[in-house]
Design a protein around this ligand. Structure first.
Ligand code: RNT
Ligand code: ZN
Length: 426
């Protein structure tokens, strides 16, 4: 089919779909306009398996693991930027980039984590501007480092280890603040540490007291919230920290509440049947804002590429139906090294956007009226009806409107990029 026929077919299908949704009281044009204002923060680390550019060693320690050896991973910051640019060009809307400290550019000089400066991210900031990204977010990298080899960082019983990582956290906040100031949108700067133990400890309390102290020192410098938002990320367990994780959910929920920080909820960091969707309207009763790390755990916190699963739909429904979008920073956190990495970004991000679109296309007012009237039969019937409304036509129209490939067409572009660029990285 010629491109113009293709576009015509999408427009025609959209016209019909628009009528169907209108019958349910939903204005698809205004939904698409609102959808285009939602920025997702793409995690840079899908592009190189969380390796960073400090050394050739790549990911080590920290209890997180990228598995697979698909060819073509980014080896330099320039390669990573090229891959990201390709991914952004295939994703509808204007989005953000989430960086980690290990992606610093130090012009060949060895700069340890405690000495990182905003200058080491100048090229990323310039590039974000060139690409008209919606903003940058940032993370301290408290893993893949000799000073994290004991399994403890901010909660270590060794004062010199804690001091080093506190200094890293302080450096990262300054970097985040610079990003936020330069781009005119607050940089969410996240702290996740791997601290924990393989086997049952006899002192759980000591490390938690130390973590609270270290965090207080790390956050002691007051920086403008127009430039920087701090978040803290909990975890249930990791490889090598199966029995005890210092920064548990309760720890950080309490810390975020008491200290006015953002809580980061990673969808892989809870028991497998525990849904993060249900937590949103609970924690947002008491917290101003949260950060999400949207991931897909398969049997464990495996960080698979996000797909359009029931869990993802539930997450989007809670954000949209609860009116919480202005208070939620949506970040992605997955890393699959067994498939084309650009495709992984594109699939995961497009699925996140699809889930938001689906939630926005639902006649929530009508559902709520039924629920409030005790009409649970009607609620169930309508919820199921919504699943087979012509969503794909609206999605394709959105892609067309945003000037990115509709349907599967994006994959051809990724395949061409693989042939021309990725396959040559040997
Ligand atoms: C680890 C956390 C953390 C990392 C990234 C690289 O379990 O989810 O967010 O995945 O920061
Ligand atoms: Zn995470």
């Amino acid at each position: 089919m010629s491109p113009s026929n293709h576009a015509e077919r999408i427009q025609a299908a959209y016209g019909l779909a628009k009528d169907v949704y209108a019958e349910h009281g939903v204005d698809t044009d205004s939904v698409l306009e609102r959808l285009s204002a939602i920025a997702i923060s793409l995690h840079c680390w899908q592009g190189d398996d969380v390796g960073g550019f400090e050394s050739d060693a790549g990911l080590s320690g920290g209890g997180i693991q990228a598995t697979g050896n698909y060819p073509g991973k980014a080896r330099t910051a320039d390669e990573l930027r090229a891959d990201l640019a390709k991914a952004y060009s295939l994703i509808p809307g204007r989005h953000r980039l989430n960086l980690h400290a290990i992606y610093a550019e130090t012009a060949g000089a060895r700069v340890d984590r405690d000495a990182l400066q905003p200058e080491h991210f100048a090229r990323w900031i310039d590039w974000a501007r060139e690409q008209s990204l919606a903003g940058l977010d940032f993370n301290g990298s408290f893993f893949s480092h000799p000073k994290a080899d004991s399994g403890f960082t901010l909660a270590s019983k060794d004062a010199s280890i804690r001091k080093f990582w506190v200094a890293h956290g302080i450096a990262c906040r300054r970097i985040g603040a610079r990003m936020g100031r330069e781009l005119g949108t607050p940089c969410v700067t996240n702290v996740w540490i791997p601290d924990g133990t393989k086997d049952t400890p006899v002192d759980r309390k000591g490390h938690r007291e130390l973590l609270a102290q270290s965090l207080d020192e790390l956050f002691s410098e007051s920086l403008d919230s127009d430039a920087l938002l701090d978040s803290v990320e909990s975890k249930l367990f990791g490889i090598g920290s199966e029995s005890y994780v210092v920064g548990s959910h309760e720890f950080y929920l309490g810390y975020a509440l008491r200290r006015g920080k953002l809580l980061c909820l990673d969808t892989g960091h809870f028991h497998p049947t525990e849904g993060v969707a249900d937590k949103i309207s609970s924690v947002l009763q008491f917290l101003d804002e949260i950060l999400l790390h949207v991931s897909r755990g398969v049997r464990w916190d495996s960080d698979h590429v996000v797909t359009l699963s029931d869990e993802l739909e539930a997450l989007a429904q809670e954000m949209v139906w609860g009116g919480f979008l202005p208070r939620i920073h949506i970040g992605l956190d997955f890393f699959d090294a067994s498939i084309n990495r650009v495709a992984a970004w594109v699939i995961g991000t497009r699925c996140m956007i699809k889930a938001l679109l689906l939630a926005m296309l639902a006649p929530h007012g009508a559902l709520l009226a039924m629920e409030n009237a005790g009409d649970f039969t009607g609620r169930l019937a309508l919820l199921e009806e919504l699943k087979t409304l012509p969503f794909a036509a609206v999605w394709d129209a959105y892609c067309l409107q945003q000037d990115v490939p509709a349907g599967m067409a994006w994959l051809e572009e990724v395949r061409a990029y693989e042939n021309d660029v990725l396959a040559k990285r040997v």
